[in-house]
Every structure is written in C-alpha cells, then in structure tokens.
Design a protein around this ligand. Structure first.
Ligand SMILES: [Zn+2]
Length: 214
C-alpha cells in the first residue's frame, strides 16, 4: 500500500481442540498463544496501518481506492490513539476500516469483528470484546438482509446473530434468532448431515437463553 517492506508472521495452519459456542477456536496451551494465532490471520503494515487478511501481493487496488484508504487510515480515531502502542485487536479494526473502503461483503466485515472479539476475550479486554461483538452483530444482520446468504453460511450467520445477542444480554432477541437459525436447517430427511453439530448447538444455546431470560 505505502511501499514499506516488512516481514509478517506466517498464519499457517493450526491445531484446535474444539470451538466455543460463538465458534471461537480453542487451542491447546495458553490463551495468549491462541490469541496470537488468531492475530496472525491479519497482516497490518507497521508504517501506514493498512491491514487485510489476504496476502498483500494478491491485492489489486486502484489508485483512487488507495488514496481513499490512506485518508481513512490517517483520520481514524482509534488508530490515532493506539498506533504507537497497538493493542492486540488493532489490526482487526484497521482491516475493518480498509475493508469498508474496499467494499468487502458485510459477512466478511462481520467475520473480522467476530475474530477481534475472540482476541479480546483471550486477552481479557472485556469492554472491547463487547464492542466488537456488537459490530459483528450489526454486519451479520445487514448481510442476512442484503447479501442473499444460503446454505451453511445462512445457517451459521443466523445462529451467530442469536449467539451474539445472547452474549450481549439480549436473551429474548437471541431466542428469536435461534428459532430462525433452526428453520434454515430445513426438515428431515432433507437436512444437511454436515450441519448436525449446528442443530445441537442451537438447541443447547436456546435452552441456556431461556434460563437466562427467566
Ligand atoms: Zn504501509
């Protein structure tokens, strides 16, 4: 983006030991190592703060696009405050800002914010965890309204809207979305066997939300 050359850590593949109910991967070992692995999925330029989950050499940005992104990054309040001493979630925020300018899908922007919330949880940055959960939730709702999701992506996104609502304390809202998510799975025998895990998760989390709502 700005021509600055730097070495980024390789994201590579990693071993997980299951997932939390918001699909955050669990890693063997320390929480901070897991956080590092999620952070390595985003690359941020230390000079101009341009950030993306793609390899920079795969990006093809038009001149105008570069200019607009540069301007957004320079003006961004959080980047101004935190650039000199970046907290673990900053690259995700920068990738979100760049992603908005690059016209990424709402589903993808939501995914960036969701991953940022996982990092915040592993790093015990709880106020920022909620901030990113709320942003992910809003992007996912827009994706469901405007992006014509279907199949697995539709089911998982609808479930996540329920789960994020539950985690943010909106238990009744969560219950409605779990019902919607259950509906996207269809009825037997046409159900996708590969999504049986999601069906189980939906019923467990509905039960939990009902208890919490009471
Ligand atoms: Zn740069």
């Amino acid at each position: 983006m700005c021509g600055h050359v730097f070495r980024a850590p390789q994201a590579g593949s990693y071993v997980t030991v299951g997932r939390e109910t918001d699909l955050c991967p669990k890693f063997p070992g320390r929480q901070s190592d897991g956080s590092r692995k999620i952070q390595d999925t985003i690359t941020m330029c230390p000079a101009c703060s341009f950030a993306a989950s793609e390899d920079f050499s795969d990006l093809d940005l038009a001149f105008d696009e570069r200019y607009d992104i540069e301007e957004r990054l320079e003006e961004d309040g959080l980047l101004k405050v935190f650039r000199t001493n970046p907290p673990p979630w900053l690259a995700f925020h920068a990738a979100e800002v760049c992603g908005q300018e690059r016209g990424l899908m709402f589903r993808e922007l939501g995914d960036l914010c969701l991953r940022a919330s996982w990092v915040c949880r592993k790093e015990r940055e709880h106020p920022f965890e909620s901030t990113f959960q709320l942003r992910a939730l809003r992007y996912f709702i827009r994706a469901l309204r405007e992006e014509g999701l279907y199949g697995r992506e539709l089911s998982v996104t609808t479930y996540l809207v329920g789960e994020l609502n539950r985690r943010l304390g909106n238990h009744r809202e969560a219950l409605n979305w779990y019902v919607n998510a259950e509906r996207t799975l269809g009825v037997e025998p046409e159900r996708d066997a590969g999504l049986a895990w999601l069906g189980r998760l939906i019923s467990e989390q509905s039960k939990l939300a009902r208890e919490q709502a009471a």
